[in-house]
Design a binder for this molecule. Structure first.
Ligand code: XMP
Length: 452
C-alpha cells in the first residue's frame, strides 16, 4: 500500500464482513484508513504509527487465556493510540483496561461513535479529501513514471477513465490510451469516450476498430461462457497488437513504453486477500482481461481507493458526470445481452432498445433508484404481434432493472407503470424486429443479474 502523509486508521480484519465497511466509513469522514490482515504483529502495528486502531470481527481470539497470551499485546497498543474493538454484541467483554480503549458492538458503532473516536479520542485532522488524494496520487505517478511512457486500456468505465484522467494530469503526453471498439458497445459509447472524455481532457487516445474481427470470431457461438472466453481472448490479442504498434513507433526514441496502467481499486486488492503477497492476483483482470505475461511495470494509482472515492476523484479531475456516475457494465458488453448467436443486426436491435431504455429512465429521474438495468434481446425467441393491421413475428426485449450494492445480491426495481408503458411503446414503435417488451421480476438469487 502506498505510504502517505495522512494520519491513518488501521482496521484489523478478523474475518468480519464489516472490516471493509468500517474502513470506508472512516474514509467517508475524510480520514485515511486501511484494512490489514489479522496475521499482522503487535510490533508491525506499532511500527505503522496509526492514529487509531480498530479490530473488527470475531474478537474472542484477542483475549488472553491461561495457556495463550492472546494474539496482540493490546495494552501496549492502547498505550500508544485509541484502540477500538468492534464485534458482535456477545463478544464485547472487558478484561484489559489500560490505556484508551473502547469496545463497541458493531450495531452501535455508528457515524457519531466513529467520529468521537476519530476526532475526540484520537484528535485526528480530517485531511483525506478528493483534492488531497488527487494531489498525492499525481505526485506519486510523476515519481514512478519519470520521463517514460505509459499505455492504458480504456474501457469507458469509471475506473479506467479516472486513471486516464489522473495519469494525464500527472504526465500528460507520456500517456497513450487504447480503446478497443469490439462492436459490442452501447449506442453512443464510443463517441462518449472519444469526444466527451478524451478530446475534452486532452488525452492521447488510439481507438482500435475491431468490430469485424470480434464478430467473425463470435459467429455461430451461442453458449455464454464460450462467448465470454472468445471476447476476453480477442481483447487481449487486439490490445497486444496495438501495444506492439505503439512500441514500434516509440522505438529508438529517447523514451519507451515502460509502464502499463490499470484501474485496480481497493476492493479488488482486499478481495484478493490483503497483505499476503497478493498484490497482482486480480489486477490483470481489470480491463476486460489483459495479458498475464505483461512485460511492463504496472501503474495502479487507484489501488488504495474505494469506488466512491474514485468517483469523487474523477469529478475533481474533470471527468464528465456521464462517465463518473456510470452504471456497472459487463466487460463482454452487449455480447452477453443477446441471448443466442451474435451478428451486427441483432446487436443493432439491442443497441436501439437499450438506448431508449436509458433515455427514458434518465428523463423520468429513475437513475438514482436503479443500480443497473440490463436490456436483453431474446434473439432466438419469436412471438406473433400486429402492427398497422399487419401480422408481425418479432423478438422480445427484456428489461432487468435492479437495485444492489455490490452485485452479489439484488432485487428488481418497481418502476412506475407509466414509465414502463412509455418504454414499451417507444421500443415497439421505434425498433424494427421487436414486437414485445417484458419485465424481469426475479431477485438475485435465484436469477443472476445478467441473462448470460
Ligand atoms: P451476475 O450476472 O453474475 O452479474 O449476477 C453481477 C455483476 O457482474 C457483471 N458481470 C460481468 N462483468 N464481465 C464483467 O466485467 C463479465 O463477464 C460479467 N458478467 C456479469 C454484471 O453486469 C453485474 O454488474
Amino acid at each position: 500500500m502506498s505510504t502517505n502523509e495522512h494520519p491513518t486508521v488501521l482496521v484489523v480484519d478478523f474475518g468480519s464482513s464489516y472490516a471493509q465497511t468500517l474502513a470506508r466509513r472512516v474514509r467517508d469522514a475524510e480520514v485515511y484508513s486501511e484494512v490489514v490482515p489479522r496475521n499482522i504483529t503487535t510490533a508491525e502495528l506499532l511500527g505503522r504509527k496509526p492514529a487509531a486502531l480498530i479490530f473488527a470481527g470475531d474478537l474472542s481470539v484477542l483475549e488472553p487465556t491461561a495457556e495463550e497470551p492472546g494474539l496482540f499485546d493490546l495494552s501496549a497498543l492502547a498505550a500508544e493510540f485509541p484502540v477500538v474493538l468492534v464485534g458482535a454484541d456477545d463478544e464485547v467483554v472487558t478484561t484489559i483496561t489500560s490505556g484508551e480503549r473502547r469496545e463497541v458492538p458493531v450495531e452501535e458503532f455508528d457515524r457519531a461513535a466513529l467520529e468521537r473516536v476519530l476526532f475526540e479520542d484520537a484528535e485526528i485532522e480530517a485531511t483525506w479529501t478528493a483534492e488531497a488524494i488527487a494531489a498525492q496520487l499525481i505526485a506519486e505517478v510523476r515519481e514512478q513514471v519519470g520521463q517514460d511512457r505509459v499505455i492504458l486500456g480504456l474501457s469507458g468505465g469509471v475506473d479506467s477513465s479516472v486513471v486516464a484522467a489522473l495519469i494525464n494530469e500527472a504526465v500528460g503526453d507520456q500517456l497513450t490510451c487504447v480503446f478497443v471498439d469490439h462492436g459490442l458497445l452501447r449506442q453512443g459509447e464510443r463517441e462518449q469516450v472519444e469526444e466527451e472524455f478524451a478530446a475534452a481532457l486532452g488525452i492521447n487516445l488510439v481507438t482500435i476498430d475491431a468490430e469485424e474481427r470480434f464478430l467473425e470470431k463470435l459467429r455461430g457461438v451461442a453458449e455464454p461462457e464460450r462467448k465470454r472466453k472468445i471476447i476476453g481472448e480477442e481483447f487481449i490479442r487486439v490490445f497486444e497488437d496495438a501495444q506492439r504498434d505503439l512500441e514500434a513507433a516509440a522505438h529508438g526514441s529517447e523514451h519507451e513504453y515502460r509502464f502499463l496502467a490499470q484501474g485496480t481499486i481497493y476492493p479488488d486488492v482486499i478481495e484478493s486477500g490483503v497483505g499476503e503477497g497478493v498484490n497482482n492476483i486480480k489486477s490483470h483482470h481489470n480491463v476486460g482481461g489483459l495479458p498475464d505475461d505483461v512485460q511492463f511495470e504496472l501503474v495502479e494509482p487507484l489501488r488504495t481507493l474505494f469506488k466512491d472515492e474514485v468517483r469523487d476523484l474523477g469529478r475533481v479531475l474533470g471527468v464528465p458526470e456521464s462517465i463518473v456516475s456510470r452504471q456497472p457494465f459487463p466487460g463482454p458488453g452487449l455480447g452477453v445481452r443477446v441471448v443466442g448467436t451474435l451478428d451486427k443486426e441483432r446487436l443493432d436491435t439491442l443497441r436501439a432498445a437499450d438506448y431508449i431504455v436509458r433515455e427514458e429512465l434518465t428523463e423520468s429521474g429513475m437513475d438514482e433508484h436503479i443500480w443497473q438495468c440490463p436490456v436483453v434481446l431474446l434473439a432466438d425467441v419469436r412471438s406473433v404481434g400486429v402492427f398497422d393491421g399487419e401480422r408481425t413475428y418479432g423478438h422480445p426485449i427484456v428489461l432487468r432493472p435492479i437495485m444492489s450494492t455490490d452485485g452479489m445480491t439484488a432485487d428488481w426495481v418497481r418502476i412506475p407503470f407509466d414509465i414502463l408503458s412509455e418504454i414499451s411503446d417507444r421500443i415497439t414503435a421505434e425498433v424494427p424486429g421487436v414486437n414485445r417488451v417484458v419485465l424481469d421480476i426475479t431477485p438475485k438469487p435465484p436469477a443472476t443479474i445478467e441473462w448470460e
